[in-house]
Design a protein around this ligand. Structure first.
Ligand code: PEP
Ligand code: MN
Length: 641
């Protein structure tokens, strides 16, 4: 059962309640949520709910109807999010684990770690004890393999995961792995589950070859009931009559399990298909279906792999998979988890004024708009994988975002630079020039998905007036045209429009904004996804003060700006400088120079090559051919678009 505690429960009452429950043979687990704190209570004894409800400090008791308790959504409504080393698993992130089926040698696993990390994977897999069908097949390197795996993970900043097949291996494995993997063949090895659970370390639990979803969740319950808190479920295909593929991936288990459980759900497209050509499409399908991550086999030389070669990706295929995931992630509202290479040294060097009761090391990030604006959604996504608390600070105007960062009242600012349908947001390009002490330290693309939002009583029939930022209205034309009697009124921002609807408490008024904004303001989503063109993305730049930003080691993009002399071929000359050094131009934008009619500044985004020297050389050459050349920032680009 779930015992919801009263907000004002005293420590003494809490202790007494805990005692009351454990005296009756129940295990109690406290879960502190954003809205409420609960006790998850499990055990075999009978207990009258009313008796618990009468205890001091108890708000209410909710029975859990499912046989699995700690694993169920009824126990915990919010998605479980937990750290594995420096990486966070669950929630909004997509975590990709790569590596060979088995560790074969020190050199092999080091090479695999290099492939995985340079393509953007964030965890390293590698079996050391292999549960093979034939006793004559390669069984794994055991402890030696674990040592190499950990060394490779440490060298490339990747937490490591490896399979445990017997409780006897715990003493050895404990020293090396960040995540224990319990394989499909052992999903119902209850003694193994109990011992691994008691380690209280993250566990990935593969679905058994012929396990039902309920059996799988019951196996997770064993882990949780014996002490594990951080369990990743992994769908890896089940046995069916089909023989073409190694297993049949039960893709529908992803949304089903995400509905039934708060635990993150990963997919292993390698074991699910058994054929490398199927791994990328099936992996992408899993992400489209809502998976929180993938675990994929990759090897520098798959045909020579000691096990599972036919399903193991070549390095190029793994890279392509990562690029495709980048492209897909904004469509499903996710961010690909990255290794936390410091994006900007300013994280450590800036002290902040605590805001709204947040801890003093929280990063204040300025954005334009009311709470819930697309800029705020973008900044929350961007800073999500950094393990720092973020305090969004709302600003009325874009200029105020720049001012706030410059004044040191926020370490970072975020501004939209362009929208895939509407083009550039010129005001921000102009502001970038006017604030030379600020620099771009990052970027993020998010999908803009609009909803029609009203008061809790509102419906399509009660609405007379719709308010939103003008582009928001424009982007939902087809939907709005079907309601010609509605009055459409521009408003200064989308989230502000939702606040206005709430304040009016008028069911005839509706706003167009992101559906999450409705949640934030306690309003109702009347219709989700009303934008005419769903391929609607906005690119945001993250700004920091130049004197506080350190070079981002993973930067792969640069934005520069310059004007050219007024003579034939001047811009061509600049392009030649870039072309000759094989610098890939991603974007060229021109803006009128204020006060100099018909003269223009050119904003150029270029990919940074592996060697920084190439770019530095181009920069020096450009200085000779241009006026007012400036580097607006170097940053890690959002790939895939
Ligand atoms: C593995 O991941 O190497 C493995 C053996 O997987 P499964 O348990 O899903 O077969
Ligand atoms: Mn394998």
């Amino acid at each position: 059962m779930v015992v919801v505690l009263e907000k004002g429960i005293t420590p003494r009452e809490k202790e007494d309640l805990q005692q009351f429950l454990s005296d009756r043979g129940f295990q109690v687990r406290e879960v502190v949520g954003e809205d409420e704190t609960i006790f998850g209570v499990v055990g075999s004894g009978g207990l009258d709910h009313r008796e618990v409800e009468m205890q001091p400090g108890v708000a209410r008791v909710v029975p859990i109807s499912k046989p699995y308790k700690l694993a169920s959504r009824e126990f915990k409504r919010a998605d479980s999010v937990f750290p594995v080393g420096q990486i966070k698993v669950g929630g909004n992130r997509l975590v990709v684990i790569g590596g060979p089926c088995a560790v074969e040698s020190r050199e092999q696993i080091l090479e695999c770690a290099d492939i995985v990390s340079s393509a953007g994977g964030v965890m390293l897999r590698g079996g050391a004890y292999k549960p093979r069908t034939s006793p004559y097949s390669f069984q794994g390197l055991g402890e030696e393999g674990l040592r190499y795996l950990r060394e490779a993970g440490d060298q490339y900043g990747l937490p490591v995961i490896s399979e445990i097949v017997s409780p006897l291996q715990l003493d050895v494995m404990r020293e090396f792995v960040h995540v224990f993997q319990v394989g499909a063949r052992n999903m119902q090895n209850f003694e193994l589950l109990k011992s691994v659970g008691a380690e209280q370390r993250p566990v990935m639990l593969k679905r058994g070859l012929s396990a039902t979803i309920e059996e799988w969740l019951m196996a997770a319950e064993y882990l949780l009931a014996h002490g594990a808190e951080d369990v990743i479920l992994c769908e890896r295909g089940i046995r069916t009559f089909e023989t073409y593929t190694r297993n049949s991936l039960d893709i529908s288990s992803i949304p089903v399990v995400k509905k039934l459980s708060h635990l993150p759900v990963f997919v292993d497209p390698s074991h699910a298909t058994g054929l490398r050509d199927q791994v990328v499409p099936v992996g992408l399908a899993a992400i489209a279906a809502g998976a929180d991550g993938l675990i994929v086999e990759v090897h520098p030389d798959p045909p020579r792999a000691a096990s599972d070669g036919p399903q193991t990706l070549y390095p190029e295929q793994f890279e392509k998979l990562m690029r495709d995931i980048e492209a897909l992630s904004p469509v499903v509202g996710r961010e690909v988890a990255r290794r936390p290479v410091p994006r900007a040294g300013s994280f450590a060097s800036v002290t902040t004024t605590p805001v709204d009761g947040a801890s003093s090391d929280a990063r204040v990030v300025a954005f334009q708009g009311a709470r819930g604006a697309y800029s705020e959604i973008a900044l929350l996504r961007y800073f999500d994988d950094l393990q720092h608390e973020v305090v969004p600070r709302s600003c009325d105007r874009f200029r105020q975002v720049f001012e706030t960062v410059l004044a040191g009242d926020a370490q970072f600012g975020i501004v939209p630079l362009e929208n895939s349908l509407m083009g550039s947001i010129h005001e921000n390009y102009d502001l970038l020039l006017q604030y030379p002490d600020l620099t771009i330290v990052g970027e993020i693309h998010i999908r803009i998905e609009h909803s029609l939002i009203g008061t809790p009583e509102a419906s399509l029939d009660t609405i007379h007036t719709v308010i939103s930022q003008a582009p928001g209205i424009e982007q939902c034309r087809d939907f709005l045209d079907a309601h010609p009697d509605w009055t459409l009124t521009p408003f200064y921002d989308t989230a502000g429009a939702v606040a206005q609807v709430r304040d009016s408490n008028d069911p005839s008024l509706a706003a167009i904004a992101n559906h999450r904004t409705a949640e934030l303001y306690g309003m109702k989503v009347i219709r989700q996804g009303i934008e005419t063109n769903p391929r609607n993305y906005t690119r945001f730049a993250i700004l920091s003060r130049e004197d506080r930003a350190e070079r981002d080691q993973s930067a792969d993009m640069a934005t520069i700006v310059f004007s050219t002399p007024d003579k034939p071929g001047a811009l061509f000359e600049c392009m030649r400088i870039l072309a000759e050094r094989e610098l890939n131009l991603k974007k060229l934008e021109s803006r009128p120079i204020l006060g100099q009619p018909w003269r223009y500044m050119f904003y150029v985004d270029v990919e940074l090559p592996g060697s920084q020297a190439q770019f530095d050389e181009a920069f020096v050459a450009l200085e000779a051919e241009t006026h007012d050349l400036r580097l607006l920032g170097t940053f890690k680009g959002s790939r895939g678009f």
